[in-house]
Design a protein. Structure first.
Lengths: 267, 309
């Protein structure tokens, strides 16, 4: 039962994000008399500095983080995998150039590059996705490149080559299925990374703008009222930690399950 | 050995050059006009053109790039759009604070991770092992902008032990260093554990035990020493995470370092300053990694003596 908890938390997060709009929510409703009030019937997480219900905003923030995580992980995984596979498969000068580019991207502390990019692009959820995708593809590219390098001389690939199969078909049909497992594990950790990074950008004021909500911007607003209304930081902080912890744990579980090598060692 | 050093140095230089180029391109290709920011939207077109020419922004991109690199070689990073002071001068004021914070966080991380990881490895599969790895996982999963405010709430506001923010005296360093060091400590303790587990299976550890050395001496003198080598290399890579985290941590605690400066520069659209901050942090990262690689080569006789030269 406890083993399924990480996946359970991720499912709850996704459901809240996808169907949150169906629950009667009113994240922008202002109740002036309730400014900074704590938990009570009808608003179990209390109210924020403008008198808005925190639970409703938390659900809105779940949508933001889920949207960003899905966007960033799918874009960077697809682009990164394509670049990495192409680089390794064709080799030669192309591989040389791409490896250099990967090295240069790895030389930036990635969150710093994302901060600078988001700052230059300006606020907004699309720009957050762009900024984070620009820095995240590198991990997938490096992984896919390494895997393809070790697989491309396998017999089944040679057989396909001998039959006259084109390079793209070989990559998609004969190589991609073999490197899926580590890529999926990487993507799971990527979800945790994207959620933290989105909240981080929003915390710095570079992410989504009001009246939209992000767990990061909620935390930032809350830091000004720490002493009188700690729930403003605690609620989004706990939500954020729960999702990130769940994604990290789920990634660990997947790795143990999918990684043939480590499964072999354990037995 | 010399060949190794030279090739490592050369590739580091190449990466730094690439980093400079990418930073330049990002800033110049992305929409947003610094002249408009400086003069405001109501400025006369003639004034805009004059300022554009004065800043060299009317030249073709490749000429600007050449000027930029020419300036870099002379340590001229341009002038801040807002304060009108040399960027290098502003950076110089802020560097000591960030170095202080980074070193303190490193110290926090090592003094937590070394005992935690070692104990976990020595008693593998015990409750201690499981417990410390759970603590490490939580440490990795709690972002510093959640941990920071929590620390302020508990240790500054409720208990009143440390100042809430700013940089005045030793006390003000403790909370930022703990905030920034915790994530690193978690990653590091996992690394120490993994590396030590590998070393504990080596022949020389068995030999040390077989000749009757006390267990403490076997662990600390023979095993840990050898286990730390790969950790040192990984520590260099983690420095990037540390420097990136410094941007957020410095913002939380109003710590007057490079990180806070970066955010201020982004918010005021001070492009030369943003460019310089990103460049400084990235170059530091590249240089430290090149140095750790070299140190690793020097410390490990297999690398030092293996490659002739």
């Amino acid at each position: 039962m406890l083993r399924h908890l990480p996946l359970g938390i991720i499912v709850v997060w996704a459901l809240l994000a996808l169907f949150g709009a169906l629950i009667a929510l009113d994240p922008n409703h202002i109740t002036l008399a309730k400014i900074l009030h704590g938990s009570e019937a009808g608003a179990w997480l209390g109210y924020d500095d403008l008198g808005r219900p925190i639970w409703d905003r938390l659900v809105l923030g779940a949508q933001t983080s889920f949207l960003v995580a899905c966007g960033v992980v799918s874009i960077s995984a697809v682009v990164g995998t394509m670049i990495g596979m192409t680089s390794a498969y064709f080799g030669g000068w192309l591989d040389h150039v791409i490896t250099r580019i990967i090295d240069i991207f790895l030389a930036f502390p990635s969150i710093l590059l994302a901060i600078a990019l988001a700052g230059i692009l300006g606020p907004g959820i699309e720009n957050v996705v762009i900024a984070l995708s620009v820095v995240s593809w590198v991990g997938y590219a490096r992984l896919a490149r390494g895997q393809v390098l070790s697989l491309k001389h396998r017999e089944h690939v040679q057989a396909a080559l001998a039959l006259g199969v084109g390079p793209w078909t070989i990559m998609v049909r004969h190589l991609l299925p073999l490197i899926m497992a580590p890529l999926i594990v990487e993507a799971t950790f990527g979800v945790a990374g994207a959620v933290v990074a989105e909240a981080g950008l929003s915390f710095l004021g570079l992410g989504v703008q009001p009246p939209e909500a992000s767990w990061g911007s909620m935390i930032r607003d809350g830091t000004r009222y720490l002493l009188v209304a700690p729930h403003m930081v605690l609620a989004p902080g706990a939500a954020l930690m729960l999702v990130v912890l769940a994604a990290n744990l789920f990634g660990d579980q997947l790795r143990d399950r999918l990684d043939v090598k480590s499964r072999f060692h354990h037995k | 050995m010399l060949n190794f050093l030279i090739s490592r140095l050369f590739s580091a230089l190449l990466v730094i050059l690439g980093v400079c180029g990418i930073v330049f391109l990002f800033i110049h290709l992305i929409p947003g006009d610094p002249v408009e920011v400086m003069l405001g939207e109501s400025a006369r077109p003639a004034d805009r053109e004059a300022l554009r020419a004065a800043l060299g922004l009317d030249l073709p991109l490749w000429q600007q790039l050449v000027h930029y690199f020419a300036g870099l070689v002379q340590f001229d990073l341009g002038t801040s759009l807002h304060s009108n002071r040399a960027v290098t001068e502003i950076l110089a004021e802020r560097i000591p604070a960030t170095v202080e914070l980074a070193l303190a966080s490193l110290l926090v991380a090592i003094s937590i991770a070394l005992p935690l990881g070692t104990m976990a490895a020595v008693r593998q599969h015990s409750a201690w092992d499981r417990g410390s790895m759970v603590v490490a996982l939580i440490g990795i999963s709690i972002p510093n902008f959640v941990l920071g405010p929590l620390m302020i709430l508990v240790f500054a506001l409720w208990l009143g032990w440390f100042p809430v923010s700013g940089r005045e005296g030793f006390g003000s360093l403790i909370l930022p260093a703990l905030t920034l060091g915790t994530a690193l400590a978690s990653v590091l303790s996992r690394m120490v554990r993994a590396s030590l587990l590998e070393v504990l299976n080596e022949d020389f550890v068995r030999t040390a035990r077989a000749k009757g050395l006390p267990e403490g001496r076997v662990i600390w003198r023979h095993a840990v020493r050898n286990a730390l080598l790969p950790v040192v290399t990984l520590l260099g890579l983690q420095l990037g995470v540390l420097l990136g985290g410094a941007v957020i941590t410095e913002t939380i605690f109003s710590w007057p370092g490079i990180g806070q400066l970066t955010i201020e520069a982004i918010q005021s659209r001070d492009y030369p300053l943003v460019q310089a901050c990103v460049l400084l942090i990235s170059v530091t990262y590249v240089v430290v990694n090149a140095l750790t690689d070299m140190a690793y080569g020097w410390l490990d006789p297999r690398i030092r003596l293996g490659r002739g030269g």
